[in-house]
Design a protein around this ligand. Structure first.
Ligand SMILES: CC(C)(COP(=O)(O)OP(=O)(O)OC[C@H]1O[C@@H](n2cnc3c(N)ncnc32)[C@H](O)[C@@H]1OP(=O)(O)O)[C@@H](O)C(=O)NCCC(=O)NCCS
Length: 159
């Protein structure tokens, strides 16, 4: 038997910088994951602005998820964190949250911020268990069905 096959598998997921070329894979995931997805233009603007943006790949390079953040003077703002629907529930969001937190600390951020839809119970629970606290509400922040708007909960993690 091939010795490589018998060796215990290390955690071979890898985060690499998001490139414009990767958007061909990112956009279909974004569209599958959200009712109101980011547009290609939203991603391009973030990449051109130099925002920290990484994609999570499985061995063999399959796209598992991605995040986009914005670095401020002493804070970081998580703008987008998404796991491909077929790969949710495997700890990939937690893995990316650890990476975002490490990046924020490296940049001497003291707080990590994010907004989440009031209706996104799953994401809210993950963030709360991770240590984020609800610190505010942005009224009518997100588009919603039938031309309506939905509030965002502002969450913050002290670093
Ligand atoms: C919200 C979202 C990012 C979470 O991603 P995820 O990879 O499914 O999350 P994780 O697997 O890291 O954690 C989720 C669950 O898996 C569990 N988990 C953690 N590590 C695990 C592992 N190794 N194996 C199995 N389950 C694990 C967690 O305890 C958690 O439990 P829960 O299902 O009871 O909540 C993902 O559902 C998503 O992309 N949703 C659509 C887009 C979205 O809403 N983004 C957030 C906008 S603010």
């Amino acid at each position: 038997m091939n010795a490589a096959v018998r060796r215990p598998q290390p955690d071979a997921r890898a985060l690499v910088p998001m490139t414009v070329a990767a958007l061909a894979e990112v956009l279909p995931v974004e569209q599958a994951a959200y009712e109101f997805p980011w547009t290609r233009g939203n991603f391009i603007d973030s990449l051109h602005a130099g925002y920290p943006a990484q994609v999570l790949r499985a061995p063999g390079a399959k796209l598992l998820g991605y995040f986009v953040a914005m670095s401020g003077v002493d804070e970081m703002h998580l703008l987008n964190i998404t796991v491909a629907p077929a790969h949710q529930g495997c700890g990939h969001a937690l893995f990316m949250l650890d990476a975002v937190q490490a990046l924020a600390r490296e940049r001497h951020a003291e707080q990590l911020w994010l907004e989440v839809r009031v209706s996104n119970a799953r994401a809210r629970r993950i963030y709360e268990r991770y240590g984020f606290r609800n610190v505010g509400l942005r009224k009518s922040y997100y588009p919603a069905a039938q031309g309506l708007r939905e509030d965002a909960i502002v969450m913050s993690l002290g670093l």
